[in-house]
Design a protein around this ligand. Structure first.
Ligand code: P6P
Length: 329
């Protein structure tokens, strides 16, 4: 049965999760609780973001993250909030985060799940009030319950994700996730403090007329990429690039479009991170009928080899990605 259609829009995330409780992914309730914990952290971050300008936490923190990028205070706040919510929720035994070099052990060694996350992607956009997002990916651990989790729990590959999602803090705040049975979207109603089901079963258009990439990198791209981009221009497609991955991805998911982050001189494997950006968005894309590739294979088929590895990303409408891949062959 397609659970999504059985649950009317307007219900809360909690009710939606309870309705799906009997599906395999939620069988014993821990994943349900984990999703609630993520939603709670999202509500807290949403509040921090909305008042950031008022209590001066938007500026740089003077520290750098593992990527060598200046940490915006909200980066640090978001990372702490998510880690704390996951530790307190008790369902997660280990976490990797864009903001931390090494695995974060929660001490809940009897917990079944591990989480890979980018707590606040696009944080350089905070000071200029551009939409930013949280991206998360959930795996069932493969190390024995009760033992210390390890790297292998995170190196299972994209196909092993049990859930993936993002929270977009934009003109409204929306949580979008999948557990492998389609994609649902929940819009935050701050007057209720609830995420409300607003997008029952997101299906991305098979084709589109929007292409998203950093024009400033154009001259660094391989010829087939340039050829594809010129096809888009010649057809009069709209070039839309917010410079905030979750915002660009979400717009293309709903409207139909393609986002490209090819290799550049600075980032020979592209800029985006496999474990907590590309894998989760690829799972969502495919569940919504779209596609995600690194230019030679499905993103979900890429074998991971390190926590913070980067891969090229071509993600969006099936027809657009297929045409691009045809040129890359
Ligand atoms: P560029 C933000 O730093 C980010 O990780 C994504 O959110 C965004 O899509 C991309 O990098 C923008 O990168 O090189 O175009 O500024």
């Amino acid at each position: 049965m397609d659970h999504h259609l059985a649950v009317p829009v307007g219900v809360t995330l909690d009710r939606y999760i309870m309705h799906n409780q009997n599906s395999f992914a939620f069988a014993t309730g821990e994943l349900s609780q984990l999703l609630r914990d993520i939603a709670l952290a999202g509500k807290i971050i949403n509040r921090e973001i909305n008042r950031a300008g008022l209590i001066d936490i938007t500026g740089g923190f003077g520290t750098n993250n593992v990527q060598g990028e200046a940490q915006q205070k909200l980066d640090v706040v978001a990372n702490i909030r998510f880690i704390r919510a996951l530790i307190n929720g008790g369902e997660v035994c280990a976490i990797i985060s864009e903001e931390d070099d090494d695995i974060i052990y929660t001490g809940n060694n009897n917990a079944k799940y591990v989480v890979a996350m980018d707590p606040l992607d696009g944080s350089s956009n905070i000071d200029v009030n551009v939409s930013i997002g949280t991206i998360f990916s959930i795996y069932r651990r493969i190390t024995p319950l009760g033992t210390q989790p390890s790297l292998e729990d995170f190196m299972q590959g994209g196909e092993e994700q049990v859930a993936a999602g993002y929270i977009l803090y934009g003109s409204s705040t929306i949580l979008v996730y999948t557990t492998g049975n389609g994609v649902a979207g929940f819009t935050y109603d701050s007057s209720l403090g609830e995420f409300i089901l607003s997008h029952q079963n997101i299906k991305s258009p098979k084709d589109g007329k929007i292409f998203s990439y950093n024009e400033g990198n154009y001259n660094q791209y391989a010829e087939p990429i340039k050829t594809y981009l010129n096809h888009c221009r010649d057809r009069g497609y709209s070039s839309r690039y917010i410079g905030s991955l979750v915002a660009d991805f979400h717009r293309n998911l709903l409207k139909g479009g393609v986002y490209l982050y090819p290799p550049t001189h600075k980032d020979a494997n592209g800029k985006l991170r496999l474990l907590y950006e590309c894998y989760p968005l690829a799972m969502i894309a495919e569940q919504a009928g779209a596609k995600a590739s690194d230019g030679s294979q499905r993103v979900l088929d890429i074998k991971p080899d390190s926590l913070h590895q980067r891969v090229p990303l071509y993600i969006g409408a099936e027809t657009m990605v297929k045409e691009l891949l045809g040129l890359l062959k």
